[in-house]
Design a protein around this ligand. Structure first.
Ligand SMILES: Cc1cc2nc3c(=O)[nH]c(=O)nc-3n(C[C@H](O)[C@H](O)[C@H](O)COP(=O)(O)O)c2cc1C
Length: 234
């Protein structure tokens, strides 16, 4: 009986170890399945299955306070802007993350956008939990208390968004947290002459879920209106 229970325990551990990676499902980090090269009617595409291998995704670092007021940060790539009026964005988190409980409790979070030079810190805070580690201490990053929302932001990251939680949507594995943008704060050094964040000055980077790598962003392809004109004038 005890031998059977041990065997079941070992099998369960192997399953969990093979499916999860530092709390982030492997399915979202790497490519555990082989592509199916079956014929698709009317196209030459290869079916990859119903998976989240859509590239690229942004890399946002989400700031929050826990019940005791300890600041925490975690990386999130299941994110995006979701409304213009009221200006809102969303981040989708698993209940297993410490940040999930923090945002539920404090009804606020910040989004911190890193420059390429901070890629190692953005990677680290996406691999360990604030439940076990003081990530600010470990990374040497500085938490600053927002005066607008009940969440900290990262002093060293050049672009910050302060959000008030307005809605949560249970999707399945993830909860979508929708935050109303209360303010966007930027270092002077990353602003264009027009006073908006300049991507070439900020040098943000993106995530490729299939390969689990960060990539820098290449040069501009031109303004949307100029590019559209090229097709309009064809
Ligand atoms: C590039 C990257 C993107 C990630 N995106 C998400 C995400 O969108 N949602 C999520 O629940 N976890 C995501 N994770 C995993 C969390 O960051 C990780 O589980 C982290 O340890 C949670 O920290 P916390 O427990 O301190 O909140 C991501 C990890 C990496 C490296």
């Amino acid at each position: 009986m005890i031998r059977h229970l041990c065997l079941i325990g070992i099998l369960a551990l192997l399953f969990v170890a093979g499916t999860w990676h530092d709390g982030f499902p492997l399915e979202e980090m790497e490519t555990p399945h082989l592509a199916k090269s079956e014929g698709i009617e009317g196209g030459e595409k290869t079916s990859l299955g119903a998976r989240t291998v859509v590239i690229p995704t942004p890399v946002w670092v989400i700031g929050s306070y826990d019940k005791e007021g300890k600041p925490n940060v975690m990386t999130s790539s299941w994110v995006g802007i979701c409304c213009s009026k009221p200006a809102s964005l969303m981040t989708c988190l698993r209940k297993a993350t410490y940040t999930h409980g923090n945002i539920m409790e404090r009804k606020a979070f910040t989004v911190n956008i890193a420059a390429e030079s901070s890629a190692h810190q953005a990677a680290y805070v996406g691999r360990v939990s604030g439940r076990n580690v003081d990530k600010f201490k470990k990374t040497g990053l500085t938490p600053i208390k927002s005066s607008l929302v009940d969440a900290p932001y990262i002093k060293e990251f050049p672009l910050i968004v302060e959000c008030r939680l307005t809605k949560t949507v249970e999707l399945g594995s993830h909860t979508m947290f929708i935050g109303e943008i209360r303010d966007v704060k930027a270092d002077q050094t990353i602003l264009s002459e027009a006073g908006v964040p300049d991507i070439e000055k900020l040098k943000p980077f993106v995530f490729a879920p299939g390969s689990s790598k960060f990539y820098g962003i290449g040069q501009s392809l031109g303004s949307v209106s100029d590019l559209a004109k090229a097709t309009e004038n064809k």
